[in-house]
Design a protein around this ligand. Structure first.
Ligand code: ACO
Length: 376
């Protein structure tokens, strides 16, 4: 029998042409492109096409794909009433997204439909929670621009669209992370795309995966001013807390996505004329890295993608509750790309466990167990 690997660390469980995570060099390649190339140049639709088809689209393909997504943004009626109930119960946004994503089976289960409806669900839920009615999607806008429109009701300016697309492209795929693995496991059983995406959403929600940016931003706000960073972070580490936005299972150097998003955040905050939060975040980052090295020497705990995700999305005016769902809007494209790959060369994913429990026990009837406990 193979030896047990906690967390499957270092185990290679799939081959992929979608992305490569080089943890030692701190490099992320998306279908052959360094992440920085795709992040700030591609539209989200181009990045998705690249993942799903292996190459950039022609002008005609891109036009048709944009139109296809734009035509598939409407939600089934059941999704909206479910979201209304969820808002009434003040459910977590990721729970609402997961529940509503399951209703997509009522329309159709094709990949474009699933991807196209994610921002509609997110925006509808956000508006319902604020006591506002959901807005119908606009066909004349791209995926990112329409998402911003559905959230605010205003046509977004190109720089905000670019910032959101940069974010979405940066996190679109990332090797065999926990949620992508979940998706591949579900698809490997012969199950469908909606089921796989719903499973992916469940895995992404956790604070050790996609749930970190909210707490990362809370931490920066809690610190408030740079001179408090050391004291607050020391206290957190002293209590055994993890600093959100730092550390990674694969990267042992700085997460390359953090650089891409730090640059995007800097552009956004410079434009808004308010660099205070950005500068504070950079201070907090450098103190956090220093303290992590001091307290966990040799662990190489560096900034991960979530730290600057928080800053970019906050700069876009997103509420903290939208951070992880926005990650999901993008990662759904990666999940579907992996689902296609898994379907093309499928083998049921079925690892083994190592039994470490007792053996050779003898059955004792309930009456005898009661008698024994009374006797004891
Ligand atoms: N703050 C404080 N200590 C940390 C942190 C952190 N952010 N990350 C790891 N450590 C510590 C661990 O407690 C452990 O210490 P120990 O050996 O004394 O017990 C040591 O560093 C090694 O950590 P592991 O748990 O082995 O690292 P693992 O690979 O399991 O965890 C993870 C990676 C989950 C991302 C972790 O670094 C973490 O919890 N970070 C904070 C949450 C976060 O930012 N998540 C987003 C990740 S990016 C993404 O998924 C999109």
């Amino acid at each position: 029998m193979e030896t047990f690997k906690a967390g499957l660390e270092g185990v290679v469980a799939a081959t992929t042409t979608l992305s490569e995570v080089d943890g030692a060099r701190g490099e992320l390649t998306i279908a052959g492109f360094p992440v920085g190339e795709i992040a700030s140049n591609a539209t989200f639709e181009e990045a998705v096409w690249l993942l799903w088809h292996g190459d950039l689209p022609t002008a005609q393909e891109l036009k048709a794909f944009r139109a296809e997504l734009a035509g598939k943004r409407e939600l089934p009626r059941a999704a909206t009433s479910l979201l209304r109930e969820a808002a009434g119960a003040n459910l977590d946004s990721m729970d609402a997204l997961r529940m509503a994503a399951g209703t997509i089976s009522l329309s159709s289960t094709d990949a474009a439909r699933i991807l196209a409806t994610m921002p509609t669900i997110l925006a509808a839920y956000s508006r319902l929670k604020r006591g506002e009615e959901p807005l119908a999607p606009r066909r004349d806008l791209g995926h990112a621009a329409n998402m911003l429109y559905m959230l605010t009701g205003a046509t977004p300016d190109p720089e905000r669209v670019r910032a959101l697309e940069t974010y979405l492209n940066t996190v679109i795929d990332h090797g065999l992370n926990a949620s992508t693995f979940t998706v591949r496991v579900i698809i490997s059983t012969g199950s469908d795309l909606v089921s796989a995406v719903v499973g992916g959403l469940g895995a992404l929600k956790g604070p050790l995966h996609g749930g970190a940016p909210g707490p990362a931003l809370d931490m920066v706000f809690e610190i408030g001013t740079a001179d408090r960073a050391e004291q607050v972070l020391r206290e957190k580490l002293g209590r055994g807390e993890r600093l959100m936005g730092f550390g990674h299972r694969v990267y042992k150097v700085r997460d390359p996505r953090a650089d891409v998003l730090a640059a995007a955040a800097e552009r956004l905050f410079t434009r808004a004329g308010d660099m205070k939060l950005y500068r504070l975040a950079r201070e907090v980052e450098s103190v956090a890295i220093r303290l992590l090295e001091e307290q966990k020497p040799g662990r190489h705990l560096q900034t991960n993608v979530e730290f600057y995700t928080a800053l970019v999305l906050h700069g876009l005016g997103f509420d903290v509750s939208l951070f992880t769902p926005t990650f999901a809007v993008s990662r759904t494209a990666g999940w579907i790309g992996h689902a296609f790959e898994q379907q093309r060369a499928n083998r049921l994913i079925r690892p083994q466990s190592e039994y470490v429990g007792p053996r050779g026990r003898k059955w004792m009837a309930l009456a005898d167990r009661i008698a024994e406990s009374h006797a004891g």
